[in-house]
Design a protein around this ligand. Sequence first.
Ligand code: BGC
Length: 756
Amino acid sequence: MTRMRNFLLAMALVSISMAAQAVDQAKMDRFIDDLMGKMTLQEKIGQLNLPVTGDIITGSTVSGDVVGKIRAGQVGGLFNMKGVKSIRQLQEVAVEQSRLGIPLIFGMDVIHGYETVFPIPFAMSMSWDMEAIKGSARIASVEATADGICWTFSPMVDICREPRWGRMSEGSGEDPFLGAAICRAMIEGYQGADLADKRSMMACVKHFALYGAPEAGRDYNTVDMSHVRMFNEYFPPYKAGVDAGAGSFMTSFNVIDYIPATGNRWLMTEVLRDRWGFDGFVVTDYTAISEMTNHGMGDLQTVSAMALKAGTDMDMVADGFLGTLEKSLAEGKVSIQDIDKACRRILEAKYKLGLFDDPYRYLDSKRASKEIYTAEHRAAARQLATETFVLLQNKDNVLPLQRTAKIALVGPLANTRANMPGTWSVAAASDRYSTLLEAMRRAVGDRGQVMYAKGCNVCYDAELEKNSTMFGREMRDNRPVDVMRDEAVRIARECDVIVAAMGEPSEMSGESSSRSSLTILDAQKDLLTALLATGKPIVLLNFSGRATVMDWEVENIPTIMNVWFGGSEAADAICDVVFGDVAPSGKLTVTMPRNEGQIPIYYNHLNTGRPNPKWFTKYTSNYLDVPNDALFPFGYGLSYTTFEYSPMTLSSNTMPVDGSITATVTVTNTGSHEGAEVVQLYIRDMVGSIARPVKELKGFQRISLKPGESRTVTFTIDREMLKFYNQDLEYVCEPGDFQVMIGPNSRDVQSLDFKL
Ligand code: BGC
């Protein structure tokens, strides 16, 4: 206690009410100069150390003697501990038992909500609803800070055109423009107007960089691409994170230009800090420093020095900084300036969070019971979830269902609770969430009937199922295959309609969950075949964390809706849409391939010298055995109603270099259901100094229309929208011819030309 009082007294002059106002740089500098003046070398290095403790472990290494290290001033922060009580205990050790009483920063993977779980980020992107996404991050922040967390390892903004990679589920899909908008929205939600607000937490943009482009879709694998592609197609969301004021960045596991990101000076210093002006701190991913040894970069001492010199500030779990930097300093392999720089950045983050003002400011034991998993938060999660479902086809308008219908609910995902929130929901309290069966019975009440049979396991291979249902999400049923199937077919025969809850269990996507085959799994496909033979209409609700291959299903199943993983309120949200209280409005943020051989397939590709929009023609760019185009294009999604687009108009077909023009279209709801539409604007630069994509998303507006209602949607086009990074990585727009396209998805567009 005395030590803490002394510390607070010593700092009193500079700390008075600092948390209440935006950070005064000079004042912060004085405070940190003063503090660092008192720190030993070991204490400075200690600030750069981020061990893991608690019961949520996300890697294969676990840190030892954390309490002893905190006491010795060898820990800067901790992550993935849940609950004020346990966090407070460790903060007390830091503040009251370490020599200088420097508070710890507590981080967590609060990826898509806390106990109120929002849809997985990939699903959230399908809503194209920036306000709702921002709102989800705000709610996550309110709940996490009520539980002691002040730093989240989110947003994950890795552009991904690689659905074999399981972590597609954690990002916003394939498009850099949309990805950048979502990154901004998330940071605004997490950090709020003032980081020192007790309900704000610091964001961490990850994984810098290019983690979403691993060779062969295998997690952690090599990434290699041109700088032009990096800057134009993969970097925009990270840069948006800097521009939005993100407090921290996380390195990625992969190599970039053959150097692991964590030790890549070009990336961490020249691009991130010098070019983009990032002034926060950089933390590594889990053991990313020691993993550089496997990349062939040298022993722990060498790679730790390399990481620090590259511009990495904090070492997550590897113990590389803690164990070797003192020696490296003595041997001249790093300088005291390198260590001071990193230490200062971490202390600045703590200062901005108000932790020096009050180290216990996020540890108010009264908040959790009032602010976590509230009715209001749950309503927001449910509403957003309804916006994320993508209706892929609805032949004969099987959806929406009548509540009076007799429904056969089947499939391995129909009655699982733990599976609903989706991957990376470490704070989830799954026992409080509904299964789809429960929600459906609730929604129907005594008006209709919902019969249930599981029908099959996730797949025939028990080992594959085990590895895809980890972390308490197991659901294996040991009954014989035919017994389960016959039961499902029997109830299907008795019902009016079959709802099949199928696809991937939640841990089949996420970290270390790559797949080489993206089809609906064998046991489920066989069940679908048996159900088809009953002749009853089938609605396939496809749960997944990535783009799946569904050519067979599209051919055979009349109605397919992708529901991804909708979070804690997913079950009720699915019912809202299935029974037509809300029309589906999600639009794909990923291109759906016809088969795995088309990967990578993405809408904003370059043209070849021998383009072929149709199927096979000799000596053009195509396949012998599959068309070039997607099963469903980027931006695609149906509603229960129909929207008609008027012809587009341009305010002018020439645009002055410093001026702007507008593109306008009127959209009318021509059906009989209220619905929301995402109107999309694409632009093509017809001639450039480098090859330019066939189209790029440059604007979108989500609008809601009642039956018969029309809305005029106007996009302003200016030179910023026409810029790209040229061969010399200068950000330029080049005068010439452009094509503007507007439509309900990236394929079905109308276009007009203009000249800059
Ligand atoms: C993941 C990160 C995560 C970290 C901490 C790593 O395995 O790649 O995304 O933030 O663990 O849990």
